[in-house]
Design a protein around this ligand. Structure first.
Ligand SMILES: [Zn+2]
Ligand SMILES: [Zn+2]
Length: 142
């Protein structure tokens, strides 16, 4: 997803978020880096452009985005919180070898056994080894 600053501004306004400069930059980063970055990833990159940007600002901004439901927090490794601009229902697969997080489509329908439950969040995580790492393993061992 590539998105212009003007589009980010409109999107934030539509979500009733005042588009301050750090907010614009943080959302633009998330939209153009759909790799499920952590707060550290986002801060490390943006602080080069905005030297006054604190990690707290990044946290607070992400928190605001989550409350406005334009960003979804995901935990894949248990303790590491990552952020996703794709708020549709989809699953994540993390490769244990290269650490890349892949996304896959998921049936948004709920299992019948959850009838009557109020669902606040739907997360599916798979762990394993991706095809390119498997291919590397195969060529290394032959
Ligand atoms: Zn995702
Ligand atoms: Zn891999």
């Amino acid at each position: 997803m590539s998105i212009s600053v003007t589009e980010v501004k409109e999107y934030l306004l539509k979500s009733k978020i005042k588009p301050s400069f750090p907010r614009l930059k943080i959302f633009e980063y998330l939209a153009s880096n759909p790799t499920h970055p952590t707060v550290d990833d986002i801060h490390k990159t943006l602080v080069e452009e905005i030297p006054t940007l604190s990690k707290t600002t990044v946290y607070n901004t992400l928190d605001l985005f989550i409350r406005s439901q334009i960003v979804r927090p995901i935990t894949i490794d248990g303790n590491e919180l990552r952020y996703d601009v794709d708020v549709t229902t989809h699953g994540h697969f993390k490769c244990q070898d290269c650490g890349v997080i892949y996304e896959f489509d998921m049936d948004p329908a709920l299992p019948r056994s959850l009838d009557g439950f109020r669902i606040l969040d739907k997360n599916i995580y798979f762990n394993g080894v991706c095809p390119s790492c498997l291919a590397k393993d195969a060529s290394a061992s032959s």
